[in-house]
Structure formats: structure tokens, C-alpha cells
Design a protein around this ligand. Structure first.
Ligand code: SF4
Length: 428
């Protein structure tokens, strides 16, 4: 058996308490996936990747020989095959030299292969009915209101840039500014700032034909000065306020912005936000300082933590969900040298938040080459780390007697739709 497969098989055997499918999911997320020309041709009839915020690719667009950036599907569903996969949804992260490839089998099935050995069958996402629509401005709806998580979550990145700018301030794992530049250069219609009117017009179109989406996220880069004369709170709160006025209670409303003082967080709540994501990114104090230099300078780690806890007073603890970028704590050259140290460190943070009733979640780190960390790390954290982290998160959730976070659909293998980490696949 070739080494990669052997490693996965041995981890599956060692940890039978995890659904075996998530090992492939995590490996795909940390490694990326290639597509054969046949698979790309098939993908043309399915939901295309919309680049909803970051690139989430293992190569820049300039290193995609087959224009994959315009041709790959948003997500893939792993299912069936000789290993009898239960349904698992995986976000597509392009890597033309990945050992994983989606291709057509000799008998015409869409399959995932690992070094040419079949892993399972693959299903591409259906194109949502509204995806061909254009706004009155001529902008495609996929620019303004793309959907992810197999149709569950409308992802409204209303500001595609970040005012933490340059290597001294941008979070080192983040390629938001560089991705914006490369998307514009590639010819994609990619609005830097979306107006409230555009968002409402797009959601009007969505609401006419769609019954699958259940939530929306308003998010974007940090605002340290202002945009269009509005500060961060004024800018971001105008969207949920307008959406909830026009479509009261139609979707679960989420907001992903910095950890802000309690009075400002209250304004978000008053504007209609139900779930708040003051993303924490990495727990270790020294790594937070290095990887989140802008946040560290403007807010500071201790204050960030204090604000996350204060937000729980406003929204209720289960409605405050900070994100960790799972794996950056193992990046070179500053990260931990062993999986155990990295898992222990992050588990300490998870435990801290859970002891306050707050359930953090993850995005599996994608070392995007246009980010600072991606330029010095060609692949993500080891698979063993992700296995350890998922087990630690699940065990802590159980020991604190907490439920999986709201706003992610049904938990459990075969049911979960969250596509950039497996945390929802391992519970329920
Ligand atoms: S705050 Fe950090 S993670 Fe968020 S958009 Fe800015 S650079 Fe990226």
C-alpha cells in the first residue's frame, strides 16, 4: 500500500471512535485536490466555486493550468464506492499537483482517487436556481450572494478587503487582500464593497426560488478607520438591520467581525444578529502575537478574550462562536514541533471557552501561497494533528455537556454540511 493510504488506514484503525470518512475530508482540506479534464467538463453543469472570501486554494490562480478557478465546483460530496462512504461535504481547495484527484472512472462514474487508487464516489453540488441571475447593475448574483455548505449558508462578504494591511498587520494565515487582487486580475466580477441595496436585491432573488438556505453570514475584513464614512460597527450593522427589516426571521443571521466592546456588540444584537463570530484564530499567546499582529496591536489577546466572554452576556454563550484556524499552530517556523503540543495548546483554549458555555469551531488551515504563512508552508498541519484536535473538541463538548453550535444544520456523519472542517461530522 502506498504511504499516504497506509497512514490514513492506520489512523482509521487506531481511532475507530471517529467516522473514517473525516480522515479523508481533513486530508483533502489540508492537501487540496486536483481535477482531471473530464471531471472539469462534468463540473461545468454544477455549482462553481465562487471564492466567497479567501482563496482557500493551495496554489495561486497563476499556477492553475486549466483555469480551474473558473471551473471547479464549490464543494464535493464524498459518498458510496467500494469503501461505502457515508455522505461527507468537502470544500474544494484547488491543488493541481495533489495526490488526490477527482476524475471519471472507466465505467463513467465520478470518483475520488488517491494516487490513482479509488477512494469513493463523488457528487457535485446542483446549481441553485438563482445562480444564473444578475442584479440590475449587471453584477452576477454569485458575486453578491454565493451559497456554501451544500446550499445551507449564504455567505455575504460585504467587504472583501481588510484594513489590517501588509505583513506587519495582516493575520499571517490570511490572503484576503491578495486574493481580492488576484480575482480582479483574473477577470472575475468581484465587488470590494457590497452595498446594502445590492445585498437586498440579491436576497430578493434568492428568496423567490430557494428553500434550502437556512442562514446567512455577514462578514469581511477588519475596519480600523472607516468605509464610506462609517466605522466598523456602523458599517457591518447596517446589513443585518436592513435584511431583518425586509425578511424578518427568514434566515438565521450570523456576523463574523472582530471582538468589539460590549456596547458595540449590543448594537449588533439590536440590528438583528443572532450569532456572533469574534474569531480567535490561535490560542497560544506567543503565536497569537505573531500570527495576528494587527489584532494584537489594536485589541490585544487578553482584551480579545474578555470581549468574547462579554459577548456571551449579550447573545447568550451558545450564540457566540469564535473560530480557530486549525493547524496554524504547527506552521513553520514559529509553530509547535509536535502534534501533541499543538493539540494540547488549542484544547486548552477550547476548554477555557467551553467552561464559559462558549463552543469554538474550526476552519481547517489551508496554507494559501499568497498569505505569509502559506509562502513558507507548502502543506497544512499533519493529519494526526487534525485527528487529535477533532477528538479533543468532541470529548470536551461531551465533558462540558454542551451541544454542537447552532447555525450549522444537522450534526453527524452523513448529515452535516459544514465543509471547511469536520467538527460537525464527528458529533450527533
Ligand atoms: S482580521 Fe485578519 S483574518 Fe480577518 S480579514 Fe483581516 S487579516 Fe484576514
Amino acid at each position: 500500500m502506498e504511504p499516504r493510504r497506509k497512514l490514513i488506514e492506520s489512523l482509521i484503525e487506531e481511532y475507530p471512535d471517529l467516522p473514517f470518512e473525516v480522515l479523508y475530508k481533513e486530508d483533502l482540506l489540508r492537501t487540496g485536490v486536483a481535477f482531471s479534464e473530464d471531471a472539469l467538463r462534468v463540473a461545468s453543469g454544477f455549482q462553481p466555486k465562487a471564492y466567497f472570501i479567501f482563496s482557500f486554494d493551495l496554489v495561486p490562480i497563476s499556477a492553475m493550468p486549466n483555469r480551474e478557478n473558473f471551473r471547479v465546483p464549490e464543494e464535493i460530496c464524498l459518498s458510496g464506492g467500494k469503501n461505502k462512504f457515508r455522505r461527507v461535504i468537502v470544500s474544494v481547495r484547488v491543488n493541481p499537483v495533489s495526490p488526490y484527484q477527482v476524475t471519471l472512472s472507466r465505467d463513467g462514474r465520478l470518483i475520488l482517487v488517491l494516487n490513482e487508487d479509488e477512494v469513493c464516489e463523488v457528487v457535485f453540488p446542483k446549481v441553485p436556481d438563482y445562480y444564473g441571475a444578475e442584479l440590475s447593475s449587471g453584477k452576477p448574483i454569485t458575486d453578491i450572494a454565493p451559497v456554501i455548505e451544500w446550499g445551507y449558508l449564504l455567505y455575504l462578504t460585504v467587504f472583501r478587503l481588510c484594513q489590517y494591511f501588509g505583513r506587519q498587520e495582516e493575520c499571517q494565515f490570511c490572503d484576503i487582500n491578495e486574493n481580492y487582487r488576484q480575482q480582479k486580475k483574473s477577470g472575475r466580477v468581484y465587488s470590494g464593497v457590497k452595498s446594502v441595496e445590492e445585498i437586498l436585491e440579491a436576497l430578493e432573488i434568492v428568496s423567490e426560488s430557494d428553500s434550502i438556505s437556512k442562514a446567512y453570514t455577514i462578514t469581511g475584513g477588519s475596519i480600523t478607520s472607516d468605509i464610506q464614512g462609517k466605522n466598523e460597527i456602523e458599517f457591518y450593522s447596517q446589513y443585518p438591520r436592513a435584511i431583518e427589516e425586509r425578511f424578518p426571521g427568514r434566515w438565521i443571521s450570523k456576523l463574523g467581525v472582530q471582538a468589539l466592546p460590549k456596547a458595540d456588540v449590543r448594537r449588533f444584537k439590536e440590528s438583528g444578529v443572532q450569532i456572533y463570530h469574534p474569531n480567535y484564530e490561535v490560542w497560544d499567546p506567543a503565536l497569537f502575537e505573531i500570527f495576528c499582529a494587527g489584532k494584537n496591536r489594536y485589541v490585544g489577546r487578553d482584551e480579545w478574550i474578555a470581549r468574547v466572554l462579554q459577548a456571551a452576556d449579550v447573545f447568550g454563550p451558545s450564540y457566540v462562536i469564535p473560530n480557530f484556524v486549525a493547524g496554524i499552530e504547527m506552521s513553520k517556523p514559529h509553530g509547535f514541533g509536535t502534534c501533541q503540543e499543538a493539540v494540547d495548546s488549542t484544547a486548552e483554549g477550547i476548554s477555557f471557552f467551553m467552561s464559559h458555555g462558549i463552543v469554538p469551531r474550526f476552519t481547517t488551515w489551508c496554507p494559501e501561497p499568497l498569505s505569509a504563512l502559506g509562502s513558507s508552508n507548502s502543506e497544512g498541519a499533519p493529519l494526526e494533528y487534525h485527528v487529535g484536535l477533532l477528538r479533543a473538541w468532541r470529548n470536551l463538548l461531551e465533558s462540558f455537556q454542551l451541544s454542537p453550535p447552532p447555525g450549522y444544520g444537522e450534526p453527524g456523519i452523513g448529515k452535516a454540511v459544514f465543509s471547511v472542517s469536520s467538527f460537525m461530522d464527528v458529533v450527533g
